[in-house]
Design a protein around this ligand. Structure first.
Ligand SMILES: C[S@@+](CC[C@H](N)C(=O)[O-])C[C@H]1O[C@@H](n2cnc3c(N)ncnc32)[C@H](O)[C@@H]1O
Length: 207
C-alpha cells in the first residue's frame, strides 16, 4: 500500500499541475485519465455533466473536444465556461430533471457525475447521501441515454455499494469500476463506468 507521504506528494503534484494549467479542480486529471484510458468521448456528441462545480471536468470536456454539446448542472453557481449550458439546480428535484430534459433535447450519449454531498463528518451519513446522488444520476441517465450511451459516476465504497453494482449489472451491458491514478489510493471513492443500457420491456432499440 502507498505510504501517506507518497499520497501527500501525489496530491500536491496534481494541485500544482491544476493551478499551472488553469484547471478549477485537481479532479480534472481524474477525468482526463479515464477519458484517455477508456476512450470515453468516442462516438459522443451530447454530454450531461451532473455536479459539475467548480468546473474542472467541464474545462476538460471543452478542451478535448470543443464540438461537444455540454449541459452541466450543479446546486451551486458556476463561473461560466464558454460553449457550455449551465443549469443551477438540485439533481434530486423533479423540476431540475425536467429542465435537464429540455436543455439536452431528451437524448445524451454520456452522463458524467462527480457528486459529493456537503460533508457532515459522520461517515455513514455521508455515504448514504452520496449513494442517493448516484442513484439519482442513474435514474436520470436511464431516461436520457442513447443506445450505446455511457455513464461515469463517482461512488463511495460503503454501505449499499455492492447492491448498487448488482442492480447496475442487470441494467447495463457493460459495467466496470475504474480508479484513475489521480484519485488517492486510500480514498473510498471509485468510478463506475456503465455502458449500453438494457431497454426493459422491449427488444427494440431506438437511437
Ligand atoms: C467534488 S465536486 C465536483 C467537482 C467537479 N467534477 C470538478 O472537477 O470541478 C461535487 C459537487 O457536487 C455538487 N452537488 C452536491 N449535491 C448536489 C445536488 N443535490 N444537486 C446538484 N449538485 C450537487 C456540489 O455542489 C459540488 O459542486
Amino acid at each position: 500500500m502507498m505510504g501517506r507521504t507518497q499520497e501527500e506528494r501525489k496530491r500536491e503534484h496534481y494541485y500544482r499541475a491544476a493551478k499551472k494549467h488553469g484547471y478549477r479542480s485537481r479532479s480534472a486529471y481524474k477525468l482526463r485519465q479515464v477519458i484517455a484510458k477508456h476512450k470515453l468521448l468516442t462516438g459522443v456528441n451530447v454530454v450531461l455533466e451532473l455536479c459539475c462545480c467548480p468546473g474542472g471536468w467541464t474545462q476538460v470536456l471543452r478542451e478535448l473536444d470543443s464540438s461537444l454539446s455540454v449541459v452541466a448542472v450543479d446546486i451551486e453557481s458556476m463561473i461560466p465556461i464558454e460553449g457550455v449550458t449551465f443549469l443551477q439546480g438540485d439533481i434530486t428535484e423533479p423540476k431540475t430533471i425536467e429542465t435537464i430534459k429540455t436543455l439536452t433535447g431528451g437524448r445524451v450519449d454520456l452522463v458524467l457525475s462527480d457528486c459529493s454531498p456537503k460533508v457532515s463528518g459522520a461517515w455513514d451519513i455521508d455515504v448514504a447521501r452520496q449513494l442517493f446522488l448516484v442513484e439519482k444520476t442513474f435514474e436520470i441517465a436511464s431516461e436520457l441515454l442513447s443506445v450505446k450511451g455511457k455513464v461515469l459516476a463517482k461512488v463511495f465504497q460503503g454501505r449499499g455499494f455492492q447492491e448498487l453494482m448488482e442492480t447496475l449489472r442487470t441494467r447495463f451491458r457493460f459495467v466496470k469500476l475504474v480508479k484513475p491514478e489521480a484519485s488517492r489510493r486510500t480514498s473510498a471513492e471509485i468510478y463506475i463506468l456503465a455502458e449500453s443500457p438494457v431497454r426493459l420491456g422491449s427488444n427494440k432499440e431506438t437511437s
